[in-house]
Design a protein around this ligand. Structure first.
Ligand SMILES: C[S@@+](CC[C@H](N)C(=O)[O-])C[C@H]1O[C@@H](n2cnc3c(N)ncnc32)[C@H](O)[C@@H]1O
Length: 205
């Protein structure tokens, strides 16, 4: 799927937009979470797609759609593996932009775009989830994990972004909670802004 010219064209468009937008916004009052692109980047995107594609018909959950960069990678994996993506974003305009981009890549039909506060939505959202990407605001990682943990399928893969700064692990409360989960194996990888990749054992419930 990542060889599909529509996917590559949209990916190239993202890379151009990200560079332009962040250069334009640097030093302006709009250089905040609402306006800036803060994508996982190509290496993490590729890794997300490789991992999600390794699952059979994965039910994928993403916290923090933003403008849809990581959603594009996840949707490509979902398409190939016969799965589906549910992605949550606080801001309507970001979600709408993401939907347009995914539509251009002919991938919007495998994605459910939800708008609102992830914690509110998670309280009412049922899994089971086979693959989860956590990439919204950092103080929400732990409360989000506490809500979604019971909804993880046996064998589920959990990826959290922005887990390293200057080589030091961040979001320690969240990372500790993941590591303390029975049956969970976890590794910190210096890919992009640092990710923690975890997998729940198949026998664990
Ligand atoms: C780092 S960006 C996500 C980047 C995206 N995953 C990508 O790779 O393109 C974090 C996003 O989380 C969103 N966000 C922040 N708080 C949120 C909340 N409470 N619920 C849902 N989304 C939230 C922000 O608006 C922002 O777009």
């Amino acid at each position: 799927m990542t060889d599909d010219p529509r996917f590559t064209a949209v990916l190239d468009e993202y890379h151009r937009l990200i560079e332009d937008r962040n250069r334009t916004l640097a030093g302006t009052p709009f250089n905040d979470g609402r306006e800036r692109f803060m994508p996982v980047g190509p290496e993490t995107g590729q890794l997300l797609a490789v991992l999600a594609r390794s699952l059979e018909a994965p039910r994928i959950l993403e916290l923090g759609t933003s403008f849809g960069y990581s959603t594009l990678w996840l949707a490509a994996a979902a398409r190939t593996a016969g799965g589906r993506v549910t992605t949550i974003e606080l801001y309507e305009e970001k979600s709408a932009f993401a939907r347009q981009m995914l539509d251009k890549a002919d991938l919007a039909d495998v994605v459910d775009f939800l708008v609102g506060d992830a914690l509110d939505i998670l309280r009412d959202l049922s899994g089971p989830w086979d693959f989860v990407l956590i990439d919204h605001w950092k103080d929400l990682y732990l409360p989000s994990y506490e809500l979604l943990r019971p909804e993880l399928a046996p064998g589920a893969i959990l990826v959290a972004d922005n887990m390293l700064r200057d080589g030091e692990e961040r979001q320690l409360d969240f990372a500790d909670a993941v590591r303390a989960t029975e049956g969970m194996d976890s590794v910190v990888l210096p890919v992009g802004s640092g990710i923690v990749v975890s997998r729940l054992g198949r026998a664990s419930v």
